[in-house]
Design a protein around this ligand. Sequence first.
Ligand code: PLP
Length: 380
Amino acid sequence: MSIYLDHNATTAPDREVVDAVAWAMAQAWGNPSTLYRQGREARAVLDTARARVAGLIGAADPFEIVFTSGGTESDHLALTGSCGAGRGDHVVTSMAEHKAILRTCAQLEQSGFRVTYLPVDGLGRVDPDAVRKAITPKTALVSMMLANNEVGTINPLPEIAAICRERRVLLHSDAVQAPGRTAVDVAALGVDLLSISGHKLHGPRGVGALWTRRGTVLQSVLAGGSQERGVRPGTENVPGAHGLGVAAELARKRLAETPARVRSLRDRLWELLRAAVPEARAHGDLERGLCNVLNVSFPGHDAEELVLLLDKEGIEVGTGSACTTGQTTPSHVLLAMGVSPQEARCSIRFSLGQCNSQSEIDEVAAVVSRLVGGRSTCHS
Ligand SMILES: *Cc1c(COP(=O)(O)O)cnc(C)c1O
């Protein structure tokens, strides 16, 4: 058995989720767009899932949920869909966003849009005042993530939302890392569009949702039938949506207890590591950021080598962003935070989950301390 500390890359589906997906696959296989009983039953399962996902993020109306194939598609639909609706030709985002946002922005630039990539401070936060200054009469959309996947930093979304509302600009947030780890309430955040993903909250992979405030016009990226209000055509993934709905319910119920427990484990890990390895440095906002993330560099120890050494010891951790594994370029998030490339190459990400125990944390701290305590694997 390994110790899994890479919950920001993905999470194991809950047993109840696995059962729910299997049940829906076998029983609710009808096409929800059809009129007879089998179709109506599938439609009912989909409607329940929609209501559960809406409940997770405080959405008033399940109708506002659009099911997608995951976080990447939700981000893509939010950006491309609102830019395609003729609101303007300018987008504001930040340098610390997930690649799903940054690469979609790069595509938009190729089709003639202008994108402003705002810097972040040393903790990874965007300054709301910088958003205010970046907005022009041609700005179609601002996209700012809620919680950063690499360092866990939480952006001041309510402040940014107030500015966007005043300037009548849509605000999208990639909130994929947030559910189950911090409260997500679309009304309190003040956003117009919000992305989530099943596999980051102990749900199925390959399913996600985009919440769209009622009245927000989005151009469909795909052409086809009128499923999901025509915004996301294609016969619905009923088992995936059902699994996401069950995962959303579980995440909502656990919110009262899990984040506080995970935070204390995360803090314990950092205490143990910094005591054993004085040169270790944590990146991000440990105080106000996500409860489960500890991004730390061990100067002189190449991150990828360390990840492989830990794997041999049965410990699974990430090197910042899973999407850049195999690349030697340092994390764009850490660079944006002002971390040097040498130090960024030496940073690994521990991201904890609801199932981790104190004895696991103690073992991880002991193994890491042994591996990095003495010798260096690279020189920077
Ligand atoms: C994982 C992740 C995504 C992509 O979600 P998928 O469901 O894997 O496509 C997008 N944004 C953030 C912040 C993520 O952590």
